[in-house]
Every structure is written in structure tokens, then in C-alpha cells.
Design a protein around this ligand. Structure first.
Ligand code: HEM
Length: 161
């Protein structure tokens, strides 16, 4: 396995693990919880996205693009056109765009909102953001699993060097 493929796998691990942690945090803080607890949880959520989910999604997507460029330059073009590889790239790219440009910024906004309110009251927009982060990240996670299936199904391995 080349370093760039290792980065691809490491990114996937961080991404999946980070989103699962985020969903656990969100699931453990329903609206019935005191605002002070939810505020602390949303700030933690912001850190999980900044330190685990976003780096994982960026590493996965960037290394995937790098493998594609390296493979094409080494004459693996035909194999890159195989349906499973194309499906992994397309679904993975969509998941990466959703995570990096939609749910990550929303998680940072949620963390900011949770930092400025009174300790015993959160602005109503916090619940809206929390629900959106959960939905978009849940969708991205489902897409990552689909991409993983195609990635494994398609990996007769390019043997890039
Ligand atoms: C959620 C996102 C993704 C997942 C879960 C995923 C998963 C995988 C897996 C499991 C492999 C096989 C590695 C091996 O066994 O050596 C792989 C290889 C590869 N990935 Fe991804 N990938 C993702 C996103 C992407 C993206 C966005 C691109 C490029 C646009 C990409 C390009 C590639 C290429 C070119 C290979 C080598 C294919 C082969 O060995 O035939 N991946 N990926």
C-alpha cells in the first residue's frame, strides 16, 4: 500500500469515527436536556468536526483525487473507468462536498451560537442547526458507506508506485 492509499484509508477511518461520535453527542442531547448541557455538547461537537470529521473528509477526498491523477499518469486509465471505481469516486466526492462545505460550516456556526447565549438559554437557531448537522452528516455517512462498498468491490488494486 502506498502512502497516499494509506492516507485514503486513514481519512475514511477518521471520517466515519468522527461522524459516529458526533451522532452520539447529538443523540445524547435532546431538547429536553438543560440548555447548559446542550451548549457544552454543541461546543464539543464543533471540536469533533474541526479536529476529526473535516480533516478525515479532506484527507479522503484529496487523497482520492491524488490517487486518480497518479494512476492516470501511470497508465491505469482503463481501470479508472471501471463502474465500481467510478461509483466510489462519484459517491465519495458527493459525500466529501456535503461534509466539507455544508455540515462542517454548520457545526462551527452551532458551536459559535452555543458560546454566545446565556448559560441557561440557547437561541432557537441552535436546535435548527443541530438537526441540520445531524441530517446532512447522516446522509454523508450513508454515502461514505456506499463509496466504501464500491471501493472494496473495485479494488483489484491499481498497484500505483
Ligand atoms: C467516502 C469516500 C471514499 C471511500 C469510502 C473510498 C474507498 C476506497 C477504497 C476502499 C479503496 C480501495 C483501496 C485499496 O484496496 O487499495 C479506494 C481506492 C481508490 N479510491 Fe476511493 N474512496 C472514497 C473517495 C474517493 C474519491 C473522492 C476519489 C477520487 C475522486 C477516490 C479515488 C480512488 C481511487 C482512484 C482508488 C484506487 C482504485 C483501485 O484500486 O482500483 N476515492 N477507495
Amino acid at each position: 500500500m502506498t502512502p497516499v492509499t494509506f492516507l485514503h484509508m486513514l481519512g475514511i477511518s477518521l471520517w466515519v469515527g468522527g461522524v459516529l461520535a458526533a451522532l452520539v453527542i447529538i443523540g445524547a442531547t435532546p431538547v429536553s436536556q438543560p440548555a447548559v448541557v446542550r451548549g457544552a455538547a454543541y461546543r464539543l461537537l464543533g471540536r469533533v468536526y474541526a479536529w476529526i470529521v473535516a480533516p478525515g473528509a479532506i484527507a479522503t477526498t484529496a487523497s482520492g483525487l491524488a490517487i486518480t491523477v497518479i494512476a492516470a499518469s501511470q497508465g491505469w486509465g482503463a481501470r479508472l473507468g471501471e463502474p465500481a471505481v467510478v461509483a466510489m469516486q462519484g459517491v465519495g466526492l458527493l459525500a466529501g462536498i456535503l461534509e466539507i462545505f455544508v455540515s462542517f460550516p454548520m457545526s462551527q456556526k452551532l458551536a459559535r451560537v452555543a458560546s454566545v447565549g446565556e448559560p441557561d438559554a440557547l437561541p432557537a437557531v441552535a436546535e435548527l442547526l443541530r438537526n441540520r448537522v445531524a441530517k446532512v452528516s447522516g446522509l454523508a455517512l450513508a454515502l461514505v458507506i456506499v463509496a466504501l462498498y464500491f471501493g472494496v468491490a473495485g479494488s483489484a488494486h491499481l498497484r500505483i508506485g
